[in-house]
Design a binder for this molecule. Sequence first.
Ligand code: EPS
Length: 369
Amino acid sequence: MLRFLTAGESHGPGLIAIVEGLPAGLTVEPDAIDHDLARRQVGYGRGGRMAIERDHAEILSGVIGHRTTGAPVTLRIENRDWTNWREHWLNDDLPSLTVPRPGHADYAGMVKYGLDDARPVLERASARETAARVAVGALARRLLAEHAIAVGSYVVEIGSAIAEVPELPLHELWRRAESSDVRCPDMSAADRMRSTIDSARQAGDSLGGVFVIGATGLPVGLGSHVQWDRRIDARLAGAVMSIQAIKGMEIGPAFENARLPGTQVHDAFRFDGEGRIVRPTNRAGGVEGGMTNGEPILIRAAMKPIPTTVTPQHSVDLAQRRPATTQYQRSDVCAVPAAAVVGEAMVAWVLAEALIEKLGGDSLAEMSR
Ligand code: EPS
């Protein structure tokens, strides 16, 4: 059984993740985790916070001499911004927030936990937490790499700027995305995305978008059709939808498929010249019957615009019980490229979990056998 928990606040001392169930014998180079952390930090449209942070995962347990032991792995990421908040934090005089931002966890969190200030809610609801998830995802990615499974992503929409994705192998699209500060493999759309972000920044607004997460090298049969909670599509959906601000996802072109007759949707089976079964199309996005079918997994996810905007939005002051407008809190204009990297981490996690279920997970040698 593979599981993880994260802890930590956005402006507190740091973030922690505890990962249990990784097989013994997996090589973990701290640089590999930091590489993914750095990929999450970049991206056009980020705010002042990313100029402060230099995310690094310190490994506190479960790894001896660069190899997992089978014991829980604890990861710690420092919040460099903590030094700017430390006094307020310790003196309990953090700036309060009593005007909930529409679209944010502020309101529901205050009501649910009986709080008269949204500060504790926003501290934990913050997407800062995704740094811990990306560190955990880097461990999952290491395990997948041992089995020649790769996970990547690219951005296809930011606000109204929509990419025309070139017909290229997935790994080439990922390679192009990696060199783009909006993670977009269509360079002309990338220019439009940057201009759209500039305009939103000038207008005091924020933007969402759409990204594609893919996984290649998968065996047939991760997940299962026999029970609802073992279906890999359901598990992938839960993991991707758990990312802050992700409000929709589809596997393959699911919404387009819903508008077409079955004979135009389903992926034919053929034999190639050597008697192997091949699928000339992949409209199922790599999943049939709740199981991987051996084709690449393709997931599109939709991120809503960040709720924190410079332009005030209509709200109410819950302390004074009167109409009010939101006060600006420092934030990003657009974090879609970063969210795509978080999406990779969550997909890698679900696939690693399913792989361990299939192959046994006490040691890497056992899995390889
Ligand atoms: C976030 C608000 C901003 C983002 C933050 C998520 O932080 P701050 O409130 O400190 O300006 O930069 O993202 C990160 C810190 C990060 O590491 O991604 C929010 O409210 O969700």
